[in-house]
Design a protein around this ligand. Structure first.
Ligand SMILES: *[C@@H]1O[C@H](CO)[C@@H](O)[C@H](O)[C@H]1NC(C)=O
Ligand SMILES: *[C@@H]1O[C@H](CO)[C@@H](O)[C@H](O)[C@H]1NC(C)=O
Ligand SMILES: *[C@@H]1O[C@H](CO)[C@@H](O)[C@H](O)[C@H]1NC(C)=O
Length: 369
């Protein structure tokens, strides 16, 4: 029997949820109106003088440029003058570890605002044990211009990726058409990364990193994924309830095929979230034939609010899954960082009895934000 995905409500990393446009979105809308009225002629001028015969990529894949936003400063020129493929390669090369492994997360404007999710996420790397150096290998993949701009202010490895047919300037509500398209775009994007020969750890932005997960990945296993509920058996394909918010994929033909098959399966299951589709296809005979080795990560190391790691001496990551609402997620993740700091200040024997004070704000009940 396939495990039901009851507690699934992490709603993907960096994806907007309930509620109307945040102040960021409103600011962006205002900025776009202004730019459309005043600055569009500059864009035309800019395009005309694009440097030395460089092919100016049509802005078709970057809807916010079509919306009338010209390159704002030098930082944005790369969006305009290079193809997405070239930018992807450049960012991956700059961020990769010696063995061509990168850490990836995706971000939108609501989660990118000062004091919002991305700040808690980055803070965790700074207070975690030996996690600060992992920031050198983290690529923040932005799905709208406001998120990309914020990324450039706070992090060295930023990449803007767009989804055709989706207007990123507005909020996307959970499970709306635009939201689903962005979720699926992420799966397609991760396949591209693998095809370029880069292995990755994908992490949602509502996951705090307290220790390096690298030593806790299995030596065997092409695709390793965290769980809302872990049965105790890393090979229990049917019983484990995977959570796509945290996954490791080794770059090889098997994982490329897994992501291709997964992406294609969305057409057989219209209206479903990528994670639900993964749950439906994870035991397909085709994947066994491909030979991709799927393994499930223990919640002891890769915990969450659905099933917290009980051992603070072992935990690597904690995910605000089983939680609806951006503010609630931020509140409980902040509390986790507080618990963590207290834990780190304890001595030997006291450490063993340390525990979490979460979930406190988080729950699966719907909230108005
Ligand atoms: C990649 O390199 C890092 C850092 O040296 C190491 O911790 C990790 O285990 C390596 N990953 C693989 C899959 O070899
Ligand atoms: C907690 O994790 C530490 C480090 O991995 C381990 O040595 C210890 O035995 C674990 N404690 C329990 C109760 O499992
Ligand atoms: C979180 O819970 C505390 C205690 O119940 C409450 O005071 C606070 O307002 C809550 N915060 C959010 C964002 O829900």
């Amino acid at each position: 029997m396939a495990a039901p995905l009851g507690p699934r409500a992490n709603e993907g990393g960096g994806w907007p949820e309930q509620g109307g446009a945040g102040p960021g979105a409103r600011r962006l809308a205002t900025a776009l109106l202004f730019l459309a009225a005043v600055a569009l002629p500059c864009l035309v001028l800019y395009r005309a003088v694009a440097p030395g015969g460089v092919l100016v990529q049509p802005a078709a894949r970057l809807p916010w440029l079509q919306a009338g936003a010209p390159p704002h400063d030098d930082d944005d020129v790369d969006l305009e003058s290079d193809s997405e493929d070239v930018r992807l390669e450049r960012v991956l090369r700059a961020a990769a570890m010696a063995n061509d492994t990168v850490i990836l997360t995706t971000l939108n404007s609501a989660w990118a605002e000062p004091g919002s999710m991305v700040d808690v996420f980055l803070e965790s790397f700074r207070v975690g044990e030996h996690t600060r150096e992992l920031l050198d290998h983290l690529v923040i993949v932005s799905l709208d211009l406001a998120a990309h701009r914020r990324c450039k202010q706070i992090h060295p490895h930023c990449l803007a990726v767009a989804t055709e047919g989706v207007d990123f300037s507005g909020q996307k509500n959970f499970m709306t058409d635009g939201y689903l398209r962005m979720m699926w775009r992420r799966i397609d994007f991760l396949r591209q990364v693998l095809e370029k020969g880069y292995s990755f750890i994908f992490t949602d932005t509502d996951i705090v990193w307290l220790r390096s997960p690298l030593p806790r990945l299995y030596a065997e296993g092409d695709f390793q994924i965290a769980c809302d509920h872990f049965t105790g058996d890393p090979d229990d394909v049917l019983g484990n309830a995977p959570n796509g918010g945290f996954a490791y994929a080794r770059a090889n033909t098997e994982t490329v095929e897994l992501y291709r098959y997964w992406y294609a399966a969305r057409e057989r299951h219209p209206g479903l979230h990528d994670q639900d589709v993964l749950n439906l296809i994870k035991a397909d005979r085709y994947l066994a034939e491909v030979g991709v080795r799927i393994r499930f990560l223990s919640t002891e190391f890769f915990g969450g609010l659905c099933e917290p790691s009980r051992n603070l001496s072992a935990v690597c990551t904690m995910h605000a899954n089983c939680c609806v609402g951006l503010r609630r997620k931020i509140a409980d993740l902040t509390l986790i960082l507080h618990d963590w700091r207290s834990f780190m200040s304890l001595r030997g024997p006291d450490k063993r009895s340390a525990s979490w004070s979460v979930p406190r704000n988080c729950s699966l009940d719907k909230v108005e934000e």
